[in-house]
Design a protein around this ligand. Structure first.
Ligand SMILES: [Ca+2]
Ligand SMILES: [Ca+2]
Ligand SMILES: [Ca+2]
Length: 409
């Protein structure tokens, strides 16, 4: 008997170890994020003068920079936006629209189009790159780091001090409220599976399949657009299949897996502006139940129902009783439970299929103080298809609840 090694791959970290047995692990992949939203708002012919606003479009130029297009209904000249007769204003709010943290002024002076970003104290904080976008627009390049690096709200204005306006005409877009641009992907907490000892959490789905709950939480940034949808996914072959989708912030989802297999799960979540994050991958190993058709028992065994055991089944082997179990892997966990009091023991022999691999032999035991869900493991030197032969040697019957089959190499 020895502890199972924690290495299925270099990035794996043990999260749960029972005596001699690794149960659940995860790969600590860096969550991936992506962004795709484009915010467009149009406005009618509602303001006199040369700078009646018609459209604003906010989009990602790259992962770190946005483009903000401000377009009028009619063409305007550079002279129309000389900063005295006319100019554009962009109000940026980083706190959901409660306050304006930065104001961008767009105007043409000394032969150049400029966008000056002024902070709430009236000081110039930065200059942003800006260019003409045809005869009716300007396009401002807004690096996220210059505007706070958070989801923001923006309101655009045009100011015109020429005919037919006697003093000045101001148009705003939108006319009410502000435009949200969410630039921050949601977050996902690590997936939680039931502990192996929580045996009642596992359900028999028939056909060698087991149901169990998966829990996690998703959250969007404070002033973001909110959670749009999450997908819980399980890897099947080389692709990810969606197990469940939803909107709830802290869901518990019933997932299904195959006895004797280690399954890989992840969550993909997007906010309402399609910023997407993919969680780290977490692994869930499911035991083979003692009731599985893959285990052969001789007539010395009795099989009973008991809600306190894995999938509500247990098998008791009388002295001299034998079972055999063929599996592929390089670690085996024997899951036992309490006896009527005295110690029960069995000898086991693990026989490899491949020539050149060594067999393994040993003894397992359980007693009245053995808790339900107790597992003890053995590591083999090689990955192989193994045949387990187990012989009960004690007069006290040996209680078997199931087996863990793991791949650690
Ligand atoms: Ca307008
Ligand atoms: Ca967000
Ligand atoms: Ca069982």
């Amino acid at each position: 008997m020895e502890g199972l090694p924690p290495s299925e791959c270099g990035m794996k970290t043990i999260t749960k170890v029972l005596p001699g047995l690794l149960l659940v692990a995860y790969t600590a992949l860096v969550p991936a994020t992506s962004a795709a939203s484009v915010i467009t708002r149009t406005d009618g012919n509602d303001t006199p003068g040369a700078l009646d606003l018609g459209k604003v479009r906010i989009a990602h130029m790259s992962r770190t920079t946005d483009s903000i297009l401000v377009q009028t209904i009619s063409p305007f000249t550079n002279r129309d936006i000389d900063g005295k007769q006319g100019y554009f204003v962009l109000n940026f709010s980083m706190d959901g629209g409660s306050h304006v943290q930065w104001v961008g002024y767009v105007f043409f002076t000394e032969g150049k189009l400029r966008c000056v970003l002024v902070n709430s104290r009236g000081r110039v904080a930065a200059t942003l790159r800006v260019a003409r976008a045809g005869g009716r627009g300007v396009i401002v390049r807004a690096p996220h780091e210059e505007i706070g690096g958070r989801s923001y709200r923006v309101v655009t204005f045009s100011v015109w001090r020429g005919p037919p306006c006697t003093r000045r005409c101001v148009d705003s877009l939108p006319n009410r409220g502000s435009l949200l641009h969410d630039i921050v992907a949601p977050t996902v907490t690590p997936l939680k599976f039931p502990e192996w000892e929580d045996l009642s959490e596992f359900g028999d789905a028939g056909g060698g399949m087991v149901t169990f709950p998966v829990s996690f939480s998703v959250a969007d940034d404070k002033y973001g657009s909110g959670i749009g949808r999450w997908k819980l996914q399980r890897e099947v072959g080389s692709s990810w299949e969606t197990v469940a989708t939803g909107h709830a912030a802290s869901p518990t989802v019933q997932a299904t897996g195959e006895q004797g297999k280690t399954h890989r799960f992840r969550v993909v979540v997007a906010d309402r502006q399609k910023n997407q994050a993919i969680s780290e991958v977490r692994l869930m190993s499911l035991a083979v139940d003692d009731n599985s058709s893959s285990i052969s028992y001789d007539a010395s065994w009795t099989h009973a129902s008991d809600a306190a055991w894995y999938l509500s089944t247990k098998s008791l082997g009388a002295q001299g009783g034998q079972l055999s179990f063929v599996f592929e892997g390089d670690s085996l966990g024997f899951c036992l439970g309490p006896t009527s009091g005295p110690i029960a023991q069995a000898d086991y022999l693990l026989t490899p299929t491949a020539t050149g691999h060594s067999s393994e032999a040993g003894t397992i035991s359980a007693s009245g103080s053995t808790p339900n869900g107790y597992c003890t493991g053995v590591n083999m030197t090689d990955m192989d298809t193994w045949t387990l032969t187990l012989n009960v040697t004690s007069s006290e019957p040996l209680p078997i609840d199931g087996f863990f089959v793991l791949h650690n190499h």
